[in-house]
Design a protein around this ligand. Structure first.
Ligand code: C5P
Length: 231
């Protein structure tokens, strides 16, 4: 069964408790990204895990292998189940991070997700970066390299899930943002899918922010997404 992760896209640690309270019950898994982490650091991560919630720490590490390996070790704590790093950091960086993650005690061992090509980038940006492959081929090549180097999974757009599911080893985690219930506001997301479509395509985790956080009744919105996922 795929899991629902709500993106804690709030500016301040003080904004976290009301979200956890509103979603107590339907949602157990939360994504902490750069905005909230820069405001609250490891304390905000501990505040969420101390409430028994599971955390996806989305800091997108990208540096030399030694630095990333040490960042993974510093960020690992009980309840932090998923972490991101950029596939573009290369094979050695991912392998070092994966070795460190595997060496963590079981209660604080994160699973590592590789970010392939940011969904904010287009073909023109790839050309600027000197990449001559088509977007889909670049995403697949980076995903294959990252998984071969030890990543547990990949963050991808709903548009890419089916192909990655077909091409990557069984058991690879596929985590997709850009999920919108039928009829919902797209916001700035362009390549969207409904929760049911994302699950049918092979996603293991769905990351949803505004459709839940901005809903008049966030718990009802989350429950509706969970119903669509299980149908
Ligand atoms: O509000 P919304 O559902 O669009 O939130 C999606 C979350 O997933 C945000 O935290 C966003 O930064 C993140 N994300 C994304 N696209 C990616 C990677 C992460 O939307 N490619």
């Amino acid at each position: 069964m795929a899991k629902l992760i709500v993106a804690l896209d709030v500016p301040s640690p003080a904004d976290v408790a009301p979200v956890l309270a509103a979603l107590d019950g339907p949602v157990q898994f939360y994504k902490i990204g750069l905005e909230l982490y820069c405001a609250g650091g490891a304390d905000v991560v501990r505040a969420v895990t101390a409430q028994g919630r599971r955390v996806f720490l989305d800091l997108k590490f990208h540096d030399i292998p030694r630095t990333v390996e040490r960042a993974v070790r510093s960020a690992a704590q009980p309840g932090v189940e998923l972490m991101t790093l950029h596939a573009a950091g290369g094979r050695a960086m991912i392998a070092a991070a994966a070795a460190t993650a595997r060496a963590c005690p079981p209660d604080r061992r994160p699973r590592l997700l590789a970010v392939t090509v940011l969904t904010s980038l287009g073909e023109d940006d790839l050309t600027d970066l000197g990449v001559t492959r088509a977007m889909d081929d670049q995403v697949l090549a980076l995903a294959r390299m990252a998984v071969a180097a030890g990543a547990d999974g990949v963050v991808c757009s709903p548009r890419e899930v089916a192909r990655l599911r077909a091409e990557l080893p069984a058991g690879t985690l596929l985590v997709t943002p850009g999920v919108r219930p039928a009829g919902a506001d797209m916001g700035d997301q362009k390549r969207t899918a409904t929760p049911g479509e994302a699950v049918r395509a092979g996603a293991t985790h769905l990351v949803v922010g505004r459709p839940v956080l901005s809903a008049p009744d966030p718990a009802a919105a989350a429950a509706a997404i969970l119903r669509d996922m299980s149908a």
